[in-house]
Design a protein around this ligand. Structure first.
Ligand SMILES: NC(=O)c1ccc[n+]([C@@H]2O[C@H](COP(=O)([O-])OP(=O)(O)OC[C@H]3O[C@@H](n4cnc5c(N)ncnc54)[C@H](OP(=O)(O)O)[C@@H]3O)[C@@H](O)[C@H]2O)c1
Length: 310
């Protein structure tokens, strides 16, 4: 297939591009910068320079191109968000950006559309011990700034899965880790003894970026139209335990504990690292996509990040 990849320079795309190439696909990669365009060209991707938030510029830049499928991996995150405002640009990308990309997909003649979604669309709260399936309410019940993030996650999925005449799938990725920037940042902080761990800590669900990428390639072939899939590994994790193992993998001492209330100063981070307890069921992805994580838990997956950091 010929694929337009929006977010061709994103964290996940470093793992996704080689897997798409290996599966025999060819790529047009969207980026906003000329320097990234050159890097994409060197990686065997045909670059197109445009901003997804500018509908006219996007359509003009893609004029004359065609594609069988579009994959939306764009986020406006440049680091782990701490304050709600760090997510506002990504919220907009999930609403207006997705709308513009869907229009572009129609113009390209694409028959398939995969979009990145996020496991915390089920809500930044304590979900109890049950493993959530895709049938649980998604992108609902939020108040204040969380309501804004949840509405945008919902809007992204609704627009894509409800689009007429296109085979659309949403991938609700867990928290990425592995040989990627945010994991390296935390490992370096741990080595400098500057990775504080809140007590008590949240329970979250991770996915190694190589496995997120392989699920994406599988969904391109086998994702059912109109469906969302939880893309997480086999075991949710208490974040204090995870950060201890991450520090050990990086050769750093066990991180020090801080009282959770100290994170009240950074409300988004407090919700992410303290308040949320969420466990997801990944059986639908295993059953329907024929996918299984190579790294069933962070214990198997973290050494790959430590090796890449060295
Ligand atoms: N599930 C998860 O855990 C998850 C999901 C996403 C991100 N993250 C985390 O968020 C952080 C940043 O992620 P990342 O490295 O993927 O972000 P990133 O490097 O900022 O990549 C975002 C991608 O979106 C594209 N993009 C952003 N705004 C765009 C726009 N208006 N028009 C067109 N393209 C646009 C960027 O393209 P150009 O800059 O080339 O134009 C880039 O390819 C990392 O810590 C990552 O782990 C986590």
């Amino acid at each position: 297939m010929k694929i337009l990849l929006a977010g061709a320079t994103a964290t996940i795309s470093s793992a996704l591009l080689p897997q798409l190439h290996a599966a025999g696909h060819s790529m047009i990669g969207l980026t906003r910068s000329a320097s990234s365009a050159e890097r994409l060209r060197a990686a065997g991707v045909q670059p197109v320079i445009a901003d997804m938030m500018d509908a006219d510029a996007l359509l003009t830049a893609l004029d004359g191109h065609s594609a069988d499928a579009v994959i939306h991996q764009a986020t406006a995150l440049t680091r782990t968000p701490m304050f709600h405002r760090h997510l506002f640009a990504t919220d907009a990308l999930r609403e207006q950006g997705t709308r513009n990309l869907l229009r572009a997909a129609t113009n390209l003649g694409a028959r398939r559309f995969l979009t990145q979604s996020f496991f915390l669309g089920y809500g930044w709260r304590d979900h109890g011990p049950a493993h959530l399936t895709e049938d649980q309410p998604f992108g609902q019940l939020g108040h204040g700034p969380f309501g804004r993030h949840l509405r945008s996650l919902r809007s992204n999925e609704d627009q894509v899965l409800g689009a007429a005449g296109i085979h659309a799938v949403a991938l609700r990725y867990g928290l990425f880790y592995g040989p990627e920037r945010s994991t390296f940042t935390m490992m370096n902080l741990a080595r400098r003894r500057r990775l504080p761990v809140p007590r008590p800590a949240a329970t979250l669900h991770l996915v190694h970026i190589t496995d997120a990428a392989s699920a994406t390639v599988a969904a391109l072939d086998r994702g059912r139209a109109g469906q969302a899939y939880n893309i997480v590994d086999d075991q949710p994790v208490a974040m204090d335990r995870y950060l201890d193992v991450l520090a050990a993998a990086a050769g750093a001492p066990t991180p020090r504990r801080i009282p959770a209330w100290l994170l009240h100063a950074t409300p988004y981070l407090h919700a992410l690292l303290v308040r949320t307890h969420i466990r997801l069921d990944n059986n639908k992805a295993k059953r329907e996509l024929g996918w299984a994580p190579t790294y069933p838990t962070y214990r198997e997956g973290l050494p790959s990040a430590a090796t890449a950091l060295r």
